[in-house]
Design a protein around this ligand. Structure first.
Ligand SMILES: Cc1cc2nc3c(=O)[nH]c(=O)nc-3n(C[C@H](O)[C@H](O)[C@H](O)COP(=O)(O)OP(=O)(O)OC[C@H]3O[C@@H](n4cnc5c(N)ncnc54)[C@H](O)[C@@H]3O)c2cc1C
Ligand code: SF4
Ligand code: SF4
Length: 465
């Protein structure tokens, strides 16, 4: 009997809850459920007596092929294809936005433009992406959409657990051409599933990836809603994570929740949301062991243009990496029809825009692997080596963020009662970590200054010689 996903992945706290295993399990005994922290994880409805091992073979966190090996098979032989270790395979890189969808979308609205166009032009029959559900316990779920308005209504970034088990089963049942959006690990799971299942391989004709730094639990949404002043967290009916304000830069977007009575609460990124995001509060443990930044197995990857020349514009701008020649042709057509404004940008700039995420998912990951090994936790084979020589300050930062990640989850449970979060006490308890983070940042700046002074003195010394 082969091991299954519950023994190897879930019991080691490495499940991201993508639902691919549950969608494919021939015995239909796997189900995606909330754990106590508001994260999605796979669970068994009855003990597995088959041991076919399929669930593990399609899991993005099992030690199967990595993204570089899989990317080479999917894209490696395409003419003009290039490769960089940071981005994976790519044909071209662009910056741009959609005239119609920019304001209502997360970044420049390019993902919604592409998805609605694929439907409008009859290139696909269905688009699959997370859609709002107006259900306080499940604010979003992956849905199969066949009209442009529903796709437009699903625009925006979903920092909330969603899973694909049901849509995977539907794709296998209902013939058609599907385009699906996904985070890097979800796209990897779909690619693994497509290797095993002919219907998925033939019917999923486009994969649309999003750059990803981390996922968040349902409790993250409850936390920022409480921070925005919402005290009845069981009554939240809809949320929007990326509201745009004309007087603010694109990076200072707002979160807004609306409850069942229509009352709204709003909070900007710099009013406490960023603190929880960048310090990895409420982030699933699986994200600690992820090295794919640019959704390397997606036909096109969209991201925010986090570069000073773009991020001042409140309306938002996309950067994109294209891997499928057909998508290059659609983009060209969109430019000619004046639906989108797109210009080429160097891949180095694209990499620069995600420098922070690359640091977390590559350099810092190498040390997280080291820590996991020290604690005798199951470690995964990653494309970065296990290392402990990443610098004292960075090591402290990694350890501090892991503490905050764990502590935020437990403190939420402690201070969440009757659907209300005691936000003051929660924040007071997190405060010592925040203080340490600030001290670390100051130390970092000081160390940087000393290094610069040393370098300048060396150059001046050489001049004098
Ligand atoms: C969890 C998460 C983390 C991210 N981290 C980064 C980051 O670190 N750096 C960065 O530059 N960009 C990041 N992004 C991507 C960014 O937020 C935008 O989604 C991207 O720039 C596309 O913008 P757009 O205006 O073209 O998308 P839109 O036109 O708004 O369309 C987005 C499409 O993606 C779908 N979608 C939204 N959320 C999800 C999801 N969770 N899973 C699958 N599909 C989804 C929507 O339903 C919609 O169809 C992240 C996105 C998510 C969801
Ligand atoms: S081993 Fe096979 S039957 Fe058992 S849970 Fe996994 S996919 Fe289902
Ligand atoms: S960080 Fe990695 S594991 Fe976590 S949601 Fe993003 S792609 Fe998946």
């Amino acid at each position: 009997m082969k091991p299954n996903v519950i023994d190897e992945i879930v019991k080691n706290d490495l499940c991201i809850g993508c639902g691919t295993c549950a969608g494919l399990c021939p015995q239909k005994i796997l189900k995606i459920q909330d754990n106590e922290y508001g994260e999605y994880v796979s669970s068994e409805t009855k003990a597995c007596d088959s041991g076919c091992g399929l669930c593990l073979e399609v899991c993005p966190f099992s030690n199967n092929e990595n993204e570089t090996q899989m990317g080479a098979k999917i894209y490696g032989s395409t003419e003009g294809m290039k490769y960089l270790p940071e981005t994976g395979y790519y044909l071209d890189s662009y910056a741009g936005y959609s005239n119609e969808f920019r304001q209502s979308s997360a970044s420049g609205g390019m993902a919604t433009w592409l998805l609605t166009n694929l439907l409008k032009e009859g290139i696909v029959d269905y688009v699959i992406c997370p859609s709002p559900q107006k259900n306080p316990e499940k604010l979003f779920s992956f849905e199969i959409l066949s009209d442009e308005n529903s796709v437009k209504a699903a625009s925006g970034s979903v920092y909330y657990p969603v899973e694909m088990s049901e849509v995977i089963q539907k794709i296998m049942e209902v013939p058609g051409r599907y385009a699906i959006t996904g985070l890097p690990c979800f796209i990897k799971a779909l690619r693994l599933a497509a290797q095993k299942n002919r219907k998925l391989r033939e019917r999923i004709v486009f994969t649309i990836g999003l750059v990803c730094g981390q996922m968040k639990s349902k409790n993250y949404t409850r936390y920022i809603a409480a921070l925005a002043g919402n005290n009845s967290l069981n009554k939240i009916q809809s949320v929007y994570y990326r509201g745009k304000s004309p007087e603010k830069p694109a990076s200072n977007f707002y979160f807004q929740s609306t409850d069942v009575h229509g009352s709204q609460h709003k909070i900007f990124w710099n009013e406490g949301v960023s603190e929880a995001w960048v310090n990895r509060w409420f982030t699933p443990n699986a994200c600690n062991y992820c090295d794919d930044v640019f959704a390397e197995l997606a036909d096109v990857t969209f991201m925010d243009a986090w570069l000073p020349e773009y991020s001042k514009d409140s309306r938002g701008t996309n950067l994109m990496l294209v891997r499928l020649p057909k998508i290059l042709a659609y983009i060209q057509k969109g430019v000619e029809k004046k639906e989108i404004k797109v210009s080429e940008i160097s891949v180095e700039k694209v990499i620069q825009s995600q420098a922070g995420v690359l640091d977390v998912k590559r350099e810092q990951l190498s040390y997280r692997l080291n820590l996991a090994r020290q604690k005798k936790r199951k470690t995964l084979e990653k494309r970065v080596k296990t290392r402990s020589d990443i610098g004292i300050l960075k090591k402290r930062e990694v350890r501090l963020k892991i503490r905050m990640q764990e502590e935020s989850k437990e403190l939420f449970l402690e201070y969440y009662q009757n659907y209300t979060l005691d936000i003051k006490t929660f924040r007071d308890r997190m405060h010592p970590y925040i203080k340490q983070t600030r001290q670390l940042r100051l130390l970092g700046r000081f160390a940087f200054l000393i290094c610069t002074i040393k370098k300048i003195s060396k150059v001046e010394g050489k001049k004098d010689e």
